[in-house]
Write a new protein. Structure first.
Length: 142
């Protein structure tokens, strides 16, 4: 009886393991290259890749880049097709966050995809763009 139960257990285990490996698909996303042009210098540019639920919160992916000749560029690899938004901050004091005045106004320059400049905080509908299966390059102004 023990042998029979052990055999059934091994058979079911191997069935589940094979089912998981055969249905697992490896998909590859595309490349998203983001370039920021700015007049300032010093510090770094912080980049955040967002979807609608992470916008103005913790990004899906983040990166930092040095400013070289008034430009900073970063590449997000393996970005799956979908709707995204990119936010950037010129982190002048290298503290890895955006600094604000006591009144709530930003002390550091910032920008977002589609380069919409509005009064008040950035809005998802202004920043969103579509990523398909082809590589994409966007430019953001600060």
């Amino acid at each position: 009886m023990k042998t029979f139960l052990l055999t059934i257990t091994f058979a079911l285990t191997s069935l589940f393991l094979n089912a998981q490996s055969s249905t697992e698909t490896i998909t590859e996303g595309t490349t998203l290259k983001v370039t920021v042009a700015l007049n300032g210098s010093g510090g770094h540019i912080l980049f955040g890749l967002h979807n609608e639920s992470t916008f103005m919160k913790a990004p899906l992916e983040s990166a930092s880049s040095e400013i070289i000749d008034g430009k900073a560029t970063i590449t997000f690899n393996n970005v799956m097709p979908g709707t995204y938004g990119v936010m950037v901050v010129h982190d002048k004091n290298d503290n890895k966050q955006m600094d604000f005045e006591p009144s709530g106004m930003p002390k550091e320059s910032y920008g977002m995809s589609n380069n919409v400049m509005s009064y008040g905080p950035p809005q998802w509908n202004d920043a969103k763009f579509e990523v398909s299966t082809t590589a994409l390059e966007i430019d953001i102004r600060l």
